[in-house]
Write a protein that binds this ligand. Structure first.
Ligand SMILES: [Zn+2]
Length: 305
């Protein structure tokens, strides 16, 4: 127990008690795997790595971030948390989840884990979204500043000592978004409400911010909910692609199936530009670079006659 207390967050007695309990039942071999370095850093657990990346930028050297959905090779709609995640959750000072049913496995774990001084940010609730609305809310640029402020507040809540720095870093993060907002405005100004379509509503909020008119919502909704799209919705999407009624097919690279791959091929064969988008961030990038990269693809696609 002495060895364990040396790497647990000093302010979180209940977390320590839970850890001791976990050691007893799970025969953990020390704490090396759970708190790799810097035991005094705030442990942040993000369900999705785009939120984890923002938290890392705002928390800087005072945080250690674990993102559960952290690879574009995993389909988030089919993710199931492993038991080891519950142990990481018990150590977390700040927990960030998307909400809106996107990561309800996180809610289940949270209700089964009671840890004092834990700040939980549910982004859907934070942004005032209703249950049943499009859950891919990290693509809504109107929410980014609110998310950054909430993370700064959450980190300050468990680590008051560095509150000023969290605020400073959150302000810096918001300033770094300016080039993205400018590109959004540029694309919006030149797109003139162009019609577009998608395999899933993953990029829906950004498409709306760009003033694009999204078609085939019935097909997209079926794919998101892992249902078979109706024959009528399949025919309508195929016709949109074949007849160039849409300027872009947004293709969810992270949730591929035979029917969505079919639509991607059809778009390519028909000369409709395909823009690949993901649900979580690729490795070795930042939230800003990821968003900018996808927006530049949109700009390039819309520049095609
Ligand atoms: Zn999705």
């Amino acid at each position: 127990v002495v060895a364990i207390s040396s790497c647990a967050h000093p302010r979180r007695r209940h977390a320590l008690l839970l850890l001791v309990w976990l050691v007893a039942v799970a025969t953990l071999s020390g704490c090396g795997g759970m708190v790799p370095t810097g035991g005094n850093r705030v442990q942040v657990l993000a369900a999705e790595n785009e939120y984890g990346n923002i938290a890392l930028q705002i928390g800087g050297p005072y945080v250690e971030v674990t993102s559960l959905l952290n690879s574009p090779n995993v389909d988030p709609h089919q993710y199931e948390a492993s038991p080891s995640v519950a142990r990481t959750l018990a150590m977390a000072g700040v927990v960030i989840e998307n909400g809106l049913g996107y990561d309800s496995w996180m809610d289940k774990m949270l209700s089964a884990t009671s840890v004092d001084a834990q700040e939980t940010i549910n982004v859907g609730t934070l942004l005032g979204r209703q249950t049943g609305s499009n859950p891919h809310i990290w693509y809504d640029p109107q929410g980014w500043t609110t998310i950054a402020s909430a993370m700064s507040r959450g980190l300050s809540g468990v680590d008051r000592k560095h509150a000023k720095e969290y605020q400073h870093r959150a302000d810096r993060f918001v300033r770094s978004l300016v080039p993205i907002f400018k590109l959004i405005a540029t694309i919006r100004g030149s797109a003139h409400g162009a019609a577009v379509t998608a395999t899933e509503p993953v990029y829906g909020y950004m498409a709306a911010a760009l003033g694009l008119r999204m078609r085939n919502m019935d097909f997209q909704g079926a794919i998101m909910n892992e249902n078979d799209p109706s024959p009528g919705s399949v025919v309508r999407l195929e016709r949109d692609l074949r007849t160039h009624r849409v300027r872009i097919l947004f293709y969810n690279r992270q949730s591929a199936s035979p029917i969505t791959e079919h639509m991607r091929s059809l778009a390519s064969d028909s000369g409709v530009p395909v823009v690949g988008v993901t649900e979580t961030m690729p490795a070795h990038t930042t939230f800003q670079a990821w968003q900018l990269g996808q927006l530049r693809q949109v700009q390039k696609a819309l520049s095609q006659p």
